[in-house]
Design a protein. Structure first.
Length: 308
């Protein structure tokens, strides 16, 4: 849903719903399991509405509960929001794909939902047909879920919006100790999909028919070294070089540098490091020693020329 449509809907949210408790119709899963989804009550502001990826579902439920018409024509893929609105208005307007999309948003479908959302932020999987095929789910259901609960496809070029879904606290969180343990699987998968390919994501997700494309050891090693050096460089640039915690990236970069200088054999055991400042001190000392030797060699050559 575009910003213009969201703005019109947000401006026309019925009065009273910013404080009123609202429970849209439940969806029955299996024989008796009933699932309800709460509705955000602060959608009266455009900024709040725009940053909410599930605005489609929330707006449909609110306008249906108020028995008011949605103030804008919802055509194309946005028609899924209108179909959800009809279902909330009267459950006789049941749409198979809308019900399946709502079911995907239930806690029982968390693992499948995590993969779908991660694929939706992949640069090479922005097609609901493609996602539906690899997930063995109707593409229409994927499209309905995207419009109702994780609207990203028609907002792909709004980088601040996508970034806020993937890195709300910026990439800095990846530099802190305990990052992998602290973040949930859903967040880690979204970030992997955002940064890498959909096929790699599917392999990481455990789908057996998707195998990781093997690359030569030298190529893989070069890529890994590049990542480690880049992260270490970033940490140094933002002022982490004199810190004793959350600086593993600099340690790894130092190991790569040491291995390169030693002809590919890493050996840092003879360099005890109590802090990154000490680590960098050793590195810069090596550079200074090399520079001094170079200067001495140049002076020797200069003296030989004079003597001749």
């Amino acid at each position: 849903m575009t910003a213009d449509k969201i703005n019109i809907i947000a401006e026309n949210i019925p009065d009273g719903f910013t404080s009123k408790k609202l429970s849209p119709p439940a969806v029955v899963i299996g024989d008796s399991k009933r699932v309800w989804f709460p509705v955000d009550k602060e959608l009266g502001s455009f900024i709040h509405a725009y940053k909410n990826p599930a605005f489609g579902w929330h707006s449909a439920a609110i306008f249906a509960a108020a028995d008011k018409e949605i103030p804008i024509a919802l055509t194309g893929e946005d028609n899924w929001v209108f179909k959800a609105y009809l279902y909330c208005l009267n459950q006789k307007y049941r749409d198979k794909n809308v019900l399946e999309a709502i079911s995907l948003a239930s806690p029982e479908m968390k693992n499948i939902r995590n993969i779908i959302e991660a694929l939706l932020v992949c640069k090479d999987y922005e097609d609901t047909e493609k996602i539906g095929h690899v997930m063995s789910i109707s593409p229409k259901t994927i499209s309905a879920y995207e419009k109702l609960f994780f609207n990203v496809l028609d907002r792909r070029n709004d980088y601040s919006y996508i970034k806020n879904l993937v890195y709300p606290e910026t990439r800095m969180v990846e530099f802190y100790d305990g990052y992998a343990k602290r973040e949930d699987v859903s967040t880690l998968l979204k970030r992997f999909g955002y940064n890498h390919s959909g096929d790699e994501l599917l392999f990481l997700s455990g789908l057996p028919e998707h195998k990781l494309v093997e690359v030569p050891a030298a190529v893989a090693s070069g890529r890994l070294e590049s990542v480690l050096m880049t992260q270490g460089h970033l940490l140094t640039k933002i002022g982490f070089s004199n810190q004793t915690q959350n600086t593993q990236a600099i340690y790894h970069a130092r190991s790569v540098m040491a291995a390169t200088k030693q002809g590919g054999q890493t050996n840092t055991q003879d360099v005890p490091m109590s802090s990154v400042s000490e680590l960098l001190s050793h590195t810069f000392t090596d550079f200074a020693r090399a520079d001094a030797l170079s200067r001495i060699e140049k002076k020797k050559k200069s003296k030989e020329v004079i003597d001749v």
